[in-house]
Design a protein around this ligand. Structure first.
Ligand SMILES: *Cc1c(COP(=O)(O)O)cnc(C)c1O
Length: 409
């Protein structure tokens, strides 16, 4: 069946390749697309407000993709990437390779990993919370409580609400890390605990102290515990630093982790990875689905087949060396900006292992020019803004940014 299908797809490709591509101008619906292209190119230069690596290196990928006529076909990764039974063409075999590449970076043995290329960090958190809830329900009759910090990314709170899970928001210290004594106070040991750790809160880059929280869990012994790590941004680069233990499952015993693909790794569309263990997978409701020829443990049916291909391409072109260099660059450059502002006596802060510098909110013109995000915190004197230093942000751009922050009042 698959062979037959492959043959007919190949025949279709030969058919379409006989047609030459028309000129772009002939296809353009109107000027709107050209305007968009122009505005995007102009905006790129000053993008320092969002945690996205704009050093995208996928042109060769697109050329390969077109040269193989893959643009003429709808590949779709529905189903389990670790279960290859399917008659429909997909990139699930590549998706599995991507998950197996990442597993050891998060201290997960390749034989023990299960996961998927997600639609985003949020989708990874959705799976973490959903899988965690099911895991806990399979081990206890009690209903779980979700614990997450107040400064955690809003997606965790949204998803807890969406999944109708009783949630306790834990206050943070001034750098955005969950306060262990507040966690201890909130923890109800009679109920299963679904703990969501933030590895890099959105605004201040706060890192929850898994070791301290784990000590409290050990002492108070909730009936059963599941730990999900939201590492959308920091989870990309931490494995390539001397703080790699912070996202190591063997070190902290967490059960799942979500990382975005379009933040550190430079994928040009929202995507991510969700990694967990086979033990957690075994405690899910698989909804055995006959017509899809397999089990469907994940939330979504269709998934992008392109995103895993891009991830695989980046893993094999940028590679470990490139990721290591990128991690070092962004952390050193964040420190460079912080020290520059310090020298000027301009109030600025930078947490440990963080590429997110936050500072007293500058003039509106500076906020607009660089697309900076605002925040408010009395503990730092009120109005704040932050910048996330990613791979495309050069020292020259940082010099200009610092000058604007300090002098354009
Ligand atoms: C960006 C981010 C998210 C959301 O990830 P998306 O890929 O944008 O859905 C969640 N948590 C943290 C800590 C983030 O930095």
């Amino acid at each position: 069946m698959l062979k037959k299908l492959k043959k007919s797809i190949a025949a279709a490709f030969i058919g379409v390749s006989l047609f030459a591509l028309p000129a772009f101008a002939a296809q353009m619906p109107d000027e709107a697309l050209e305007t968009l292209a122009k505005e995007t190119a102009e905006a790129r230069e000053n993008m320092v407000g969002y945690p996205v690596n704009q050093n995208i290196v996928l042109r060769d990928f697109y050329e390969w993709y077109l040269s193989r006529n893959l643009d003429k076909f709808m590949l779709n990764n529905f189903g389990d990437p670790f279960d290859q039974r399917s008659n429909y063409p997909s990139s699930r075999q590549i998706e599995r390779k991507v998950i197996e590449f990442f597993a050891p970076h998060y201290g997960i043995d390749v034989e023990n990993v299960w996961g998927l290329v997600s639609m985003s960090g949020t989708d990874g958190n959705n799976h973490g919370i959903y899988f965690g809830y099911n895991y806990l329900k399979s081990l206890s009759k009690e209903t779980p409580i979700l614990y997450v910090s107040e400064e955690s990314h809003y997606s965790n709170k949204r998803l807890a609400h969406l999944q109708n899970i009783e949630t306790r928001l834990i206050p943070c210290d001034e750098y955005g890390a969950m306060l262990p004594e507040e966690f201890e106070r909130a923890l109800d040991p009679a109920r299963p605990a679904l703990v969501v750790f933030s590895m890099g809160t959105t605004f201040k880059g706060g890192i929850d102290d898994q070791s301290e929280i784990n000590k409290i869990i050990e002492a108070k012994k909730p009936v059963v515990v599941y730990r999900h790590v939201d590492a959308a941004l920091f989870g990309g680069y931490l494995p390539y630093t001397n703080a790699s233990a912070l996202v190591d499952m063997k070190e902290y015993g967490y059960n799942s982790i979500a990382v975005s693909g379009h933040k550190f790794f430079g994928i040009d569309e929202p995507c991510g990875v969700f990694l967990t263990t086979k033990e957690v997978l075994a405690r899910q409701n698989a909804f055995d689905t006959k017509y899809l020829n397999g089990a469907m443990p994940m939330i979504n049916c269709s998934r992008s087949a392109l995103a895993p291909l891009k991830m695989y391409w980046i893993i094999n072109t940028v590679g470990e060396e490139g990721f290591r260099a990128g991690a070092s660059d962004i952390l050193l450059n964040a420190l460079y900006l912080k020290e520059k502002l310090d020298k000027e006596g301009y109030p600025a802060w930078l947490g440990e292992h963080s590429n997110t510098v936050f500072f007293k909110r500058p003039a509106p013109s500076v906020m607009a020019k660089y697309g900076l995000a605002p925040e408010y915190d009395e503990r730092f004197g009120g109005e704040l803004a932050h910048t996330v230093i990613m791979q495309h942000v050069t020292r020259e751009k940082i010099d200009e940014l610092a000058r604007d922050i300090v002098y354009l009042r």
